[in-house]
Write a protein that binds this ligand. Structure first.
Ligand code: SAH
Length: 245
């Protein structure tokens, strides 16, 4: 009868919104990637849960939609926000192949927001979000988007900065940004395990970030030309004080 696509926030727990919690309480089946199911299993011990492995996104969405068609109230969980590199779009696409069901999207705190709060206030002005994963997007397109964001002097937030199969993507991205005119001294930061055990934020420069190895549980922030270090935090001024000055 219904699929609710629920964003759990970066680490579920305290970052789960009231609306997300209601949707999980209401559901009679929770479907998701194994690691995300693990985040909520303790809190909802009575619920029936169905987990599938990485890269099984289409199977997972089909299972959720088929369960809804058979009359169940299904919650499909995603980390962070359900529509930002999440399953919301795919649920709508897959549902086209089945008899009509109700679909609801419940937003969550995305890694960009969670990580920004750890580093300080890097996203207070215009920013662009780019995923460095070329599993579904050709690298040329990713490179062009990075170049355009650099030329527009956006703050950049990078998702999927690395994985086992592509350990050097962040290095390549930093090279593209510097070739497009960003200074190697640009203030940057990265946050591992946002909202989870082992959360750790690091502030650095673009030149040093180029030679840093990060993992897939990391979100990377690259400052604009205005971003600065204030009391050890990464801050992009909106311009209020400058206007008064
Ligand atoms: N829907 C998710 C994004 C999924 S894409 C969201 O809105 O946050 C997966 C990427 O998101 C990871 O490679 C990482 O870059 C980022 N990410 C998601 N959760 C994270 C966390 N808890 N800590 C750090 N980065 C995270």
């Amino acid at each position: 009868m219904r699929v609710t696509v629920v964003g759990l926030g970066p680490g579920a727990g305290r970052d789960l919104t009231g609306r997300a919690r209601e949707a999980l309480e209401r559901a009679d089946l929770i479907v998701g990637y194994t690691a995300y199911i693990a985040l909520i299993r303790e809190e909802f011990p009575e619920k029936e849960m169905l987990s599938t492995g990485m890269r099984r996104e289409v199977d997972r969405c089909r299972a959720a939609v088929e369960a809804a068609v058979s009359g169940r109230d299904v919650a499909m969980v995603c980390s962070g926000d359900s529509g930002i590199y999440g399953m919301a779009g795919l649920i709508y696409e897959v549902a086209q192949e089945y008899p009509p069901i109700e679909i609801e999207v419940v937003p969550g705190i995305t890694a960009a927001c969670g990580g920004a709060a750890v580093l300080g206030a890097p996203l207070t002005h215009d920013f662009a979000v780019v995923s460095l994963s070329d599993l579904l997007t050709p690298w040329d397109k990713i490179a062009l988007r990075l170049e355009c964001a650099a030329k527009g002097d956006f703050v950049l937030c990078l998702y999927n900065p690395a994985s086992h199969s592509r350990p050097d993507h962040l290095k390549r991205a930093c090279d593209i940004l510097m070739a497009a005119g960003k200074s190697p001294d640009t203030i940057c930061g990265y946050v591992q395990n946002i909202g989870r055990e082992g959360e750790r934020g690091t502030i650095t420069t673009l030149g040093a970030l180029r030679d840093t190895q990060v993992d897939m549980f990391t979100t990377v922030f690259i400052g604009s030309s205005q971003t600065k270090l204030l009391g050890g935090k990464m801050v992009t001024p909106r311009g209020y004080l400058q206007r008064e000055g």
